[in-house]
Design a binder for this molecule. Sequence first.
Ligand code: ZN
Length: 265
Amino acid sequence: MTQTPVIDIHTHIFPDHGAAKIIAALEEEADCKAFTDGTRRGLLDSMQRSGIQVSVQIPVATRADQVESINSYALKVNDRKIMSFGALHPKYPHYQKEISRLKAGGIKGVKFHPEYQDFFPDDEAMFPVYAELAKARLIAFFHAGRDIAFDNVHGTPAHFSRLIKAFPSLKLVLAHMGGFQMWEEVREEVIGKDVYIDTSFSMDYMSSHAFLQLVERHDPDLILFGTDSPWQDQKQELARLRALITDETDLEKIISLNAGTLLNL
Ligand SMILES: [Zn+2]
């Protein structure tokens, strides 16, 4: 029997020399505990323990001047076990050049974070960037909903709903089931639309019943298993999903096939 690989679409790693410091700072800022040491090796160990064959690591550029170095690191470490996405920033001007550099290096997508990057996802100033991504067939991966480190929210389900409508050609992934801790608005604005959502950081923050309602109302081809490792434990998250989703066909789509299709594996 051939088994399709289990793919975690949402993880984070940091360069070895800085990982310990970055993890400590983020732990303090968000008042949470990391489940790996933040290194590539640490993520590989976690995958081994969890029965996960592929992880996608998605870096965030909190400042425009970090974009190029983050992408150089992504291009360096990108491989078949830990695939890297790149990063862009709304204030980074040379996005065309950077998108073609990522594309040429085999990178499949870029991450945006409306809170750390202080922008509304449906802001028309971003449309040329999205158009360039769509043209290159790169995925736009967004943090969606609240972020524990911020009081305000730019990436609300309503803003994403307008982006989905404005850019049907853009391959869009919304993390945290489409809007962390905004589950009511997610149900109204995101669920049922033509957009990928990932399961990361959601099961701990709503009832199993509420989680399954979102899953059942969304296209089963558009739900992706994600953990946000190191901020959640890959093994535990996979076990919870396996326990919650009883339909074997849907489960296989969510933990493996959908990401395989999206990433062209
Ligand atoms: Zn994340």
